[in-house]
Design a protein around this ligand. Structure first.
Ligand SMILES: Cc1cc2nc3c(=O)[nH]c(=O)nc-3n(C[C@H](O)[C@H](O)[C@H](O)COP(=O)(O)OP(=O)(O)OC[C@H]3O[C@@H](n4cnc5c(N)ncnc54)[C@H](O)[C@@H]3O)c2cc1C
Length: 501
């Protein structure tokens, strides 16, 4: 047991894409600050950020129908879609900056171009998609989107989905070629390698057990060194809790008033993965459908071409489920352990309100493999059971908090919680998730380091030319950053030859 307390400027908890992004931003803005990272697993990017644990969609609202809602008069509200798209452009710009500055290389190892499509059946859904297409294509961010109701055209776009399909009701799809598949696991590992080259101390197999305020205003972390069995103590001026699903319990330990009345509801996931390369070869798109009635937005089914380990694969899902764990590598006691006197009412209120969701999740957990195949056959009518395996995805901990909508309201977005003095920040929630990591980490900087923002502004604008500007209102700037990021990230052409070679 070591009693020596080590001091540093910044501590990042967790080696996922969020800490990787915040660390990389800080290294550019304040290179003189000392940063330490503590991660309980052996490597970076092993929880939600891992390529097998998330869907790898570069969320830009190009195909996800839940970002555009239908108003009572039938018109479409595209505000959320515009916001998500703009946030993804911020990520593209920062990643391009890192590539152009030779801080990371081989962007094709983490981002690939792939058409994003929405596919619907039934008159009402077709009308919705048509209205959505009309509304989105008025905005420059969605330029290049195509729409069709023609089965022949659809056979060209998605042969696997059309083969064996009896078209006895209207069908329609949109397609936009500027979509991406992002391997967030590879990106996270790349960013941590970069951080280590910049002298950031990354401590694996170090589990943060406690966070307490010291009398001199610092934060002291009690950390279990899992390799030696020792307890270490480290202090920092600023702590970022980037523990993914594990962030809520750590935030609660800080005791800051902002951590109160917040709960977490874990939702687990499963993907079906195609093990027959001949089938995988017949599909080349991310195709999102419409959520089933009662389903939460994050369980919208989609059939995705993915690029993992330099191979093209096909994933379908996610199927939602319930597990009391907050991390895939977490404990069955996580949920119950997160119930505290200050959030018990919030949690109970959510339990009463979200009966339909609970029922839906239980139904999903009970699905047999053959029932999952039936859901897959709504996308690929001729899908054969022997071509598909099931893989467990990451855990998402949805935030429960008291809002204007009432006590215990389930949130599906990402929440940044910060102490009033900006000395600690935590990231909760998981959607749109990793795609918007750069935007969300800039929000952490704005809220926690307001006194530095003026000094940092020009560097941020050098890295992210659209910082603080609405791209939707500035088509010329959008065109410029879209083209330059396409070039820097190698998104202009077809997939490289080594894929499936
Ligand atoms: C099924 C699913 C599908 C998704 N699909 C997409 C998608 O298509 N596109 C998208 O953009 N996003 C998607 N997401 C969301 C995205 O994966 C997450 O938003 C993102 O990976 C979160 O990154 P993070 O760094 O916050 O957490 P994580 O990647 O989970 O990293 C947290 C790290 O903290 C460590 N840790 C936790 N507690 C401690 C502790 N006490 N001490 C030390 N270390 C600790 C963990 O071991 C872990 O390594 C999806 C998520 C899921 C689950």
């Amino acid at each position: 047991m070591s009693n020596m307390t080590k001091k540093t400027d910044i501590i990042l908890i967790g080696a996922g894409v969020m800490s990787a992004t915040l660390g990389s931003l800080l290294k550019e803005l304040a290179p003189e600050w000392e940063i330490k990272v503590f991660e309980k697993l052996e490597k970076a990017g092993e929880e939600s950020s891992n390529e097998w644990n998330n869907a790898g969609t570069g969320h830009a609202a190009l195909c996800e129908l839940n970002y555009t809602t239908e108003k009572e008069d039938g018109s479409i509200d595209i505000n959320k879609a515009v916001k998500v798209n703009e946030q993804f452009q911020v990520s593209r710009q920062f990643w391009s900056y890192l590539v152009n500055s030779n801080l990371i290389s081989n962007p094709q190892d983490f981002i690939m171009p792939i058409p994003h499509m929405s596919f619907v059946e039934g008159e009402k859904n077709v009308q919705f998609l048509k209205n959505r297409f009309k509304a989105l294509t008025k905005n420059p961010l969605f330029k290049g989107m195509e729409y069709t109701e023609d089965p022949e055209k659809l056979k060209e776009w998605v042969p696997l989905i059309m083969e064996g399909r009896s078209v006895n009701e209207p069908i329609a799809a949109t397609k936009i070629d500027s979509g991406t598949d992002v391997n967030f696991g590879a990106l996270t590992r790349m960013l941590f390698e970069h951080l280590e080259r910049q002298n950031v101390e990354v401590n694996y197999r170090h589990q943060v057990e406690d966070i307490q305020r010291t009398s001199d205003g610092l934060w002291e972390l009690k950390i279990w060194n899992m390799a030696t069995g020792n307890i270490e103590r480290h202090t920092a001026k600023f702590v970022f809790i980037g523990g993914g699903g594990g962030s809520l319990p750590l935030l609660q330990k800080t005791g800051i008033p902002e951590s109160r009345h917040i709960g977490g509801f874990p939702v687990s996931g499963l993907f079906m993965v195609c093990k027959n390369p001949e089938v995988a070869e017949q599909h080349h798109a991310k195709v999102y459908g419409k959520a089933k009635v009662g389903a939460p937005p994050m369980s919208v089914p989609h059939l995705d071409t993915r690029f993992i380990d330099n191979k093209k694969t096909l994933l379908f899902g996610p199927f939602a489920g319930f597990s009391p764990k907050f991390l895939k590598t977490g404990s069955n006691l996580d949920l119950i352990g997160s119930v505290k006197p200050n959030n018990v009412i919030t949690m109970l209120a959510a339990g009463v309100k979200e009966m339909a969701l609970t029922k839906y999740l239980i139904q999903q957990v009970m699905l047999s493999n053959e029932q999952r195949m039936e859901e897959l056959r709504e996308f690929i009518p001729n899908a054969k059971s022997e071509d598909w395996d099931v893989v467990t995805a990451g855990q998402r901990v949805q935030v429960i908090k008291d809002t204007e909508a009432g006590k215990g309201t389930l949130q599906f977005g990402t929440e940044v919680v910060t102490a009033s003095d900006g000395s600690v920040a935590a990231l909760l929630g998981a959607s749109p998730g990793a795609s918007t990591a750069v935007h969300v980490m800039l929000e952490v900087l704005e809220r926690c380091f307001p006194e530095n923002m003026f000094k940092w502004q020009s560097k941020i604008q050098e890295m992210i030319p659209s910082y603080g500007v609405s791209l939707s209102d500035n088509p010329a700037l959008f065109e410029k950053v879209h083209t330059s990021t396409e070039q820097a990230l190698g998104l202009g052409g077809k997939e490289p030859a080594y894929i499936n070679a």
